[in-house]
Ligand binder design. Structure first.
Ligand code: GLU
Length: 376
């Protein structure tokens, strides 16, 4: 199986752990590091990708701001510390993203919000709306109300659950270690980083048990649990080192990391996302020749389109149907409604001339198209 790259993904959840974010001694957020991470997030955002952040740090930040003793906190103490920490955390995320003209939207979830269907759907549509508005959701557990019994407790599993909830195609866990090792690297000079995990087997789980990083609440064990949640639902997962500046850029340029691949390859995962989780913004009616081409797995060209409805933008999902209104499938359009109107029914060469640019020759590329089964 080929290892994917960040470019293959459209909707990415990035989880940032407390130990990366908080300078315990100073009791503050490591602002220079976070500013560099925000640069990386903004580049993905500019490329048209949707980015969600799952940020830890409320308890750690609150505890250092309040100068609480270094003993384990009682429940009400950690809840109160989170109240102080979360407000500071939200402020700094809003600030670093605003530096790129991006709005941050804070979402605090409880375990019930992801496990009860009605609340799950509610949280999902709020997040979807934020993404539609091109804001970056910044998510954490609502630690001020979470109790010891009813809580995630670690943001690794929370990030994986959120990723599956919003049908993200990738979740990146930025950690204090660059991936899963065959043994604890500090203790065993023979320890090897595992670059790709195709299935979370008992053997993999055993390695995680041994090679846990204990600096943050989520050791390797919760990361493996997260991998199970993500990959079973068609989302890839990546563990990478966050201790460097620009950690996402480093992944894109080949830094060591561990990929956990979902059995559904990226195209299928993305197609599932196209098929199930986007609100179609318009409708394209196509001729019989195009219907045949689509059922044969081809892309939709402007020449085959006979009618356009709806005010869609480039990259929006639309329904594709035959002349009799029969639903053929849906896909992400390469042109907005205005341009689509101008080039429909035209050959790709004519279309390029009309638009005065040589854009994509397909109206919907086959990778962005989910076609139903042909009628029997
Ligand atoms: N939700 C916790 C916090 O923000 C963090 C949990 C974790 O470290 O994974 O403090």
């Amino acid at each position: 199986m080929t290892v994917p790259s960040l470019k293959d993904f459209r909707r990415i959840v990035v989880k940032v752990g407390s130990s990366l974010l908080i300078d315990q001694a100073a009791g503050e957020v490591k602002e220079a590091w976070l500013t560099a991470l925000a640069d990386d997030i903004a580049s993905l955002h500019r490329e048209g990708r949707e980015v969600l952040v799952v940020s830890s740090g409320s308890i750690a930040l609150g505890r250092s701001r309040l100068k609480l003793p270094r003993r384990p906190l009682k429940l009400e103490e950690s809840q109160a510390a989170a109240a102080v920490g979360q407000i500071a955390l939200a402020r700094i995320w809003a600030k670093v993203l605003a530096g790129h003209g991006i709005d941050a939207g804070q979402i605090l979830v409880t375990l019930q919000d992801t496990e009860e269907r009605r609340r799950y759907l509610n949280a999902r549509s709020t997040i979807a709306k934020l993404l539609e508005w091109r804001a970056v959701p910044v998510i954490n557990e609502n630690d001020t109300v979470a109790t010891n019994e009813i809580r995630y407790g670690d943001n690794d599993r929370l990030a994986a659950r959120v990723a599956t909830m919003v049908s993200a195609d990738l979740v990146v866990l930025l950690s204090d270690i660059d991936g899963l090792y065959t043994a604890p690297p500090a203790l065993d000079p023979e320890a090897r980083l595992i670059p790709v995990v195709e299935a979370v087997t008992d053997e993999i789980e055993a390695m995680a048990g041994a090679a846990g990083s204990e600096l943050s609440r989520g050791g390797m064990r919760t990361k493996i649990e997260a991998a199970k949640i993500a990959t079973q639902a068609g989302t890839h997962m990546l563990i990478a080192c966050g201790k460097i500046a620009h950690p996402l850029r480093a992944i894109a340029t080949g830094a060591p990391c561990t990929w956990f691949l979902t059995p559904a390859n990226p195209v299928t995962a993305r197609k599932r996302w196209i098929a199930g989780s986007l609100e179609p913004k318009g409708r394209l009616t196509i001729d019989a020749g195009a219907v045949k081409a689509l059922y044969a797995g081809k892309s939709l060209l402007p020449a085959g389109i006979t009618r356009i409805e709806g005010q869609f933008a480039r990259g929006d999902a639309v329904i594709v149907c035959a002349a009799d209104g029969h639903d053929i499938g849906r896909g992400l359009v390469a042109y907005d409604a205005g341009d689509a109107e101008r080039i429909m029914g035209r050959s790709s060469q004519e279309a390029a001339k009309i638009l005065g640019v040589s854009g994509r020759k397909e109206m919907i590329h086959r990778d962005d198209l989910v076609v139903g089964r042909p009628p029997q």
